[in-house]
Design a protein around this ligand. Structure first.
Ligand SMILES: Cc1cc2nc3c(=O)[nH]c(=O)nc-3n(C[C@H](O)[C@H](O)[C@H](O)COP(=O)(O)O)c2cc1C
Length: 167
């Protein structure tokens, strides 16, 4: 699971995504963008997330001599996905740990990738936005927008059934 710095992520990620996913049987490997990490650390949501998983909640790359802290997930859920990070994913710009794991998963037919952008009308009006969505669709990603005023939990329904989608 990957989360970016979108409105509400600092208060909704645990209750609307992470805990319901854990309750459905998912083992959570959570990676945050650097900005989302800062927001969740400040709000206290980061500590709540760590209680849902045996794996570290990460936002930074490992050192070259360190072991990889997460297994390779068979399913990626990127929610909420900011306009910025969604654009970088479509372009293959892996300039932080969250985008590194997403860029490596996108295009791998063995891996399910769900991307859930949350953005304003002005952000969606960027001339490159339609082509970013087209790239993600062509790569086989499931794109399911989320919004500021609707519960995010419904995006879990579109994931493969936990425990049945093996790498
Ligand atoms: C309070 C606040 C709320 C924001 N909400 C959103 C949002 O819902 N969607 C979005 O695309 N960007 C939003 N932004 C802008 C992103 O945080 C900004 O583009 C940031 O660089 C995204 O970084 P990240 O994708 O690496 O997490 C918001 C910014 C602030 C300060």
């Amino acid at each position: 699971m990957v989360a970016a710095a979108c409105f509400g992520v600092d208060s909704r990620l645990h209750d609307e995504i992470a805990r319901p996913a854990a309750e459905r049987g998912w083992r959570l490997a959570i990676t945050l963008t650097p900005t989302a990490h800062r927001w969740l650390k400040t709000s206290g949501e980061y500590d709540r997330l760590t209680e849902l998983t045996d794996l570290p909640v990460r936002s930074e790359s490992r050192l070259p001599g360190e072991p990889r802290p997460h297994p390779d997930p068979a399913t990626f859920l990127f929610v909420p996905a900011s306009a910025s990070s969604t654009a970088k994913l479509a372009l293959g710009i892996a300039d932080n740990q969250a985008l590194t794991v997403l860029c490596e998963a996108l295009g791998n037919p063995q891996v399910h990738v769900s991307v859930c952008p949350q953005l304003s009308e002005t952000q969606a009006a960027h001339p490159a936005w339609p082509s970013h969505l087209a790239t993600l669709h062509a790569a086989g990603a499931l794109v399911t927008p989320v919004s500021y005023d609707q519960p995010w939990t419904t995006v879990l329904d579109a994931l493969p059934v936990a425990g049945t989608h093996q790498p």
